[in-house]
Design a protein around this ligand. Sequence first.
Ligand code: NAD
Ligand code: IPM
Ligand code: MN
Length: 353
Amino acid sequence: MKICVLPGDGIGPEIIDQTLRVLEAMRGDGVNFEAEFALVGGAAVDATGKPLPEATSRLADEADALLLGAVGGPKWDSYPRDQRPELGLLGIRKQLQLFANLRPAILYPELANASSLKPEIVAGLDILIVRELTGDIYFGQPRGIREENGERVGFNTMIYSESEIRRIGKVAFEAARKRGKKLCSVDKMNVLETTQLWRDVMIELSADYPDVELTHMLVDNAAMQLVRAPKQFDVMVTGNMFGDILSDEASMLTGSIGMLPSASLNAEGKGMYEPSHGSAPDIAGKNLANPLATMLSAAMMLRYSFNLEAQAARIENAVKKVLAAGYRTGDIYEPGTRRVGTKEMGDAVIAAL
Ligand code: NAD
Ligand code: IPM
Ligand code: MN
């Protein structure tokens, strides 16, 4: 297994270190990997002037799977747009055509009190958000800032072709078929033509999935329903931007964004695995970050890229064990539990393996 490891910026290197220690501890149990490190994001801008250097693109192509920490930070926010760290991440997603972003929001029972919602609202929560990742307003042309009538005008283009909608729709229907057989498609068809097409294509597709119940929800209502009654959802499918926002919202149902893993897959099943959160500049370098989302992303890597189901479950069970034993980083801490740092959480997960 050749894994391209992209620590990135902020807390990225810390959470990746601990995740690699976990994978390292599983060598011999079918987890035999070669880690190739590459620069991306702000770290790459500092070293090469580019957020996605050619060497990184090449390694990304050659690797069987990619494991990413996070990119970005205030240091680079004032750089010209082509030197923004986020462009490195978007560039890899586009290069490898990683159009299917799976973001599972699962509440571990021990964290019911860490959620900002009442325990009974989130108990047993198990949602899968399927976010389209290589289209939408993130990549649409034209885009930019221009002068018009003596002032600056900013513009972006929200655009989806029916083939792009169909391929992400299929991923979502297939996922729903293997789970609770309920799919909620989220759009803004009351205002935006792009998402009218989104809804039309989802309805067309549903003919091939009579066993899956398809419903539709406008995105503003979906944002509200996620905090009112999140357990009504099984699988949600939506576009790139709505999915970005709704998945951060859903993460809080699980106790912390530090718990939400993700897999970004292409049509050939190649994937990049990364936590859903960012580089958390406010806590970077302080051994405070929760590494569990990254470890759970590595579990998704073992499952989806290497077909190692038992080994993926081994990581997930170790995470359950450390939570049951009371280990908590600051983001999920509550009185009566045991506050630990990033590295100590790594130690605990390795011991629990
Ligand atoms: P963020 O997710 O980095 O942080 C939001 C809040 O959540 C912060 O208070 C942070 O401390 C906390 N948090 C995040 N991850 C945590 C963890 N593992 N453990 C404990 N607490 C955690 O979002 P932001 O502050 O809006 O963005 C910071 C930078 O990260 C920006 O430059 C942004 O572009 C970038 N970003 C990158 C990715 C990515 O690489 N996939 C994702 C989101 C944001
Ligand atoms: C995410 C991040 C990225 C996104 C940024 C950093 C480009 O927020 O992975 O959710 O918006 O997709
Ligand atoms: Mn995001």
